[in-house]
Design a protein around this ligand. Sequence first.
Ligand code: SF4
Length: 168
Amino acid sequence: MTKARIGISACLLGINVRYDGGNALNLYLREELGKLVEFVPVCPEAELGLGIPREKIRLTGNPQRPRVFTIHTKIDWTEKMEAWAAGRVISLKKENLRGFIFKSSSPSCGLEQVKVYDADEMFQETGAGIFARIFREHFPLLPVAEETNLLNQALREDFLRSIFAQPV
Ligand code: SF4
């Protein structure tokens, strides 16, 4: 039987792609949901070439369309990240995804509630990570969730229902 294909932030599967060389393994996703679906892992920061390990990045400026800088060296990765994401969503079209599970709080992958700082490096508001924003613009109808949403049984059932309701 063909399994539904779901995109996922790679670190949630236990792949060591985080800035510190570690991961953010979510056992439920990998061991339980992984029996029912086929995951398509994506790590925007590693795929862009920021390295593993790497300096942390964060969002700055307009919360609706923030820029992204390395925290200490202040390198501006905005244009490169946006261009990479625009190309990656086109390649993901061929993967026939039924949904995407994003890592919360990440300046690349977070769907919402990601910290956005002002020019004085003070926290000002929250927004979406750059890859997550561009993914949603490109796939406005695909079900999406953060791993933290899926801890809630009702939200998890909603998400799974919307995935499995689609023809594979
Ligand atoms: S949150 Fe996204 S960018 Fe960060 S390590 Fe995980 S997959 Fe990579």
